[in-house]
Ligand binder design. Structure first.
Ligand code: GLY
Length: 585
């Protein structure tokens, strides 16, 4: 067993003071309130969905660490303090622009997405359903892919970090070992009946989150000794502590107990993949974002290129005329996404065609400014339509800019809230339900109502198609202007799109760009989802153009850093829809 590291009382006191000071300010704001200014700092900034996690990153920066050290500390801390989506047992993507130890600028996209176990087959969930396991792709051990987060975060730290592993994992270990006040947001999730019912079906999750038969309440001290032990092992021995040995054996035991198929070999064979980021120009800036197996970069490039030909700024921010054009571009891009995209290491993606300038110009020209194009008139539109439930879309994002102008953008996920709801007993971590991001049953809607094609079918070792879109914006000289991202399943792509447009086309201040109400269209089901703050006359304008409009309570939990082009001041904007924090110095 790993040597026990003592809790760090000074660190805990520091983290607690900082994190609690931010809670009241973020909880007080709302989407309706007048937009407050973003949190400003001259040197560095961390923005995350939970204050302790932002404080952990900020602590690394104050100790002289770089943006990678801070991002990795924030990522491991989220696994402790935001178990809804922060994780060891999930996966994610990191997009970064940093100077390495030799001063060479690196731009990379690190893919630590989960992979399908070796025993997975294309008809895995069709067979499970036939055997009466109706929710096998979303609940329980069979819904889990091989986790990538531990390998991914440690790979980033190994290549480009500057602080030792024990230091970077210190805040997460202290918070798991000594506990922290349960957050309002996680406490709310634990009380939500549908989530509670599933968590209580898993003995490990039940014991951790409902110790006396009741959900842990907001403010109660939440300790996770098993998770602390796992984190200590990772701090001492690196990825092998998680992918081999005792913790791996506990993971396989959880599979045996829960009917899952991840083996020791699957864990040992897991590797993160370094990819070239997608980089393309827009509005005098460069957009640096995630390539496949995320659909985010491809869709962003398609939609922004289609929209460049239309006078959005003249039509006005969130006017029905501008939103109509944006929705039509989203619809066209999602038709391509759902039909053609998947894991590039397994299927040949027609990216040359999908990103071809002439093709996108024709797609853009096919948008009628006065009338919606029905989705069934586009390719892929003949797939059966569904009335998918408007699920809450978990996942989480964090953004970092350090004193040297290095930028790191990370989106990470268990997929649904608390993932598969399966806690690996003895190791204290939750497993994802990422297998549902495959076209688990072709032609059938997944958790997000997305209906997808064969390119995203299940296969051993394959990564499911994702919508996570961690993004960095640089100016014409390559200097970082913004670091951004959000959770939200497919709404991630359209939310990142809208914040980019809010900043670069409509000229909104960073906090206003985040707070502004959002819309979403994903080809099928054929309707525009609008946040409730979108005014009635704007909805009517969309309906007059032939759109079906469906209201939803909120979209995403955005975490943005904007760097002022003149002063270099870092402006951190956390989303009032969530409970996050922007911290800097
Ligand atoms: N599980 C959410 C995504 O990868 O898009």
């Amino acid at each position: 067993m790993p040597r026990a590291l003592p809790p760090h009382p000074t660190m805990l006191a520091w983290l607690t003071a900082l994190a609690l000071a931010t809670v009241s300010s973020s909880a007080a704001s709302s989407v309706e309130a007048a937009d407050p200014p973003a949190h400003e700092a001259p040197t560095s900034m961390v923005v995350a969905a939970e204050p302790f996690a932002a404080a952990a990153g900020e602590l690394m920066l104050e100790r002289g660490g770089n943006a990678i050290d801070a991002a990795v500390a924030t990522g491991f801390t989220l696994a402790v303090t935001y178990p809804v989506a922060g994780n060891l047992g999930g996966g994610g993507f990191m997009v970064a622009q940093i100077r390495d130890s030799e001063g060479i600028q690196r731009r990379f996209a690190l893919d630590f997405r989960e992979t399908a176990p070796a025993a997975a087959t294309a008809d895995l969930y069709v067979r499970a359903r036939a055997e009466g396991l109706l929710d096998a792709s979303t609940f329980g051990a069979l819904s889990a892919g091989v986790p990538g987060s531990v390998a991914g975060l440690l790979e980033a730290l190994r290549r480009y970090g500057t602080l030792p592993r024990e230091v970077v994992l210190g805040p997460a270990i202290s918070l798991a070992q000594s506990g922290f006040p349960m957050t309002r947001r996680t406490a709310e999730f634990l009380r939500t009946p549908s989530i509670r019912e599933q968590l209580e079906r898993d003995p490990g999750s039940k014991a951790l989150f409902y110790p006396d038969g009741e959900p842990i309440a907001e403010g109660a001290n939440f300790r996770q000794p098993d998770l602390a032990k796992t984190l200590m092992g990772i701090a001492e021995f690196g990825p092998d502590a998680f992918y081999r040995g005792e913790i791996a054996a506990l993971t396989v035991l959880a599979m045996k107990r829960g009917g899952g198929i991840i083996t020791l070999a699957d864990l040992e064979n897991y590797r993160p993949v370094m990819r070239l980021p997608m980089i393309f120009p827009f509005a005098g800036h460069s957009i640096i974002t995630m390539p496949p197996p995320s659909s985010g970069g491809v869709c962003l490039k398609q939609i922004l290129t289609m929209l460049e030909r239309h006078p959005l700024a003249e039509l006005g921010h969130n006017s029905s005329a501008a939103l109509h054009l944006m929705v039509e571009a989203m619809r066209r891009s999602f038709a391509d996404r759902n039909a053609f995209l998947g894991d590039p290491d397994f299927v040949t993606l027609p990216l040359d065609r999908l990103l071809d300038a002439k093709y996108l110009a024709a797609q853009s020209a096919s948008i009628n400014p006065a009338l919606a194009t029905p989705s069934d008139a586009l390719p892929g539109g003949s797939l059966p339509s569904v009335q998918a439930p408007l699920e809450k879309e978990e996942t989480t994002h964090y953004s970092v800019v350090d004193a040297h102008g290095n930028a790191v953008s990370v989106t990470t996920t268990l997929n649904g809230a608390f993932g598969s709801k399966t806690l690996v007993v003895g190791a204290g971590y939750l497993l994802n339900n990422e297998m549902d991001d495959f076209a688990a049953e072709p032609g059938k809607a997944n958790l997000y109502g997305l209906i997808q094609g064969d390119a995203n079918a299940v296969a051993p070792g394959k990564r499911p198609l994702s919508s996570m879109t961690p993004t960095i914006i640089t100016d014409g000289n390559g200097n970082v202007r913004a670091v951004l991202g959000t959770p939200g399943g497919p709404t991630i792509i359209t939310n990142v799109l809208q914040v980019i447009l809010n900043l670069l086309v409509f000229g909104l201040e960073p906090q206003a760009a985040v707070n502004a109400p959002k819309v979403h269209h994903q080809h099928l089901p054929d309707r525009v989802q609008v946040e409730k703050e979108i005014p009635a006359d704007v909805r009517e304008g969309l309906e007059r153009r032939g759109h079906a409009v469906a209201e939803r309570s909120w979209i995403g939990d955005f975490q943005l850093i904007y760097v002022d082009p003149i002063t270099g001041v870092r402006k951190g904007a956390t989303d009032p829809r969530g409970g996050g924090a922007a911290l800097g110095h």
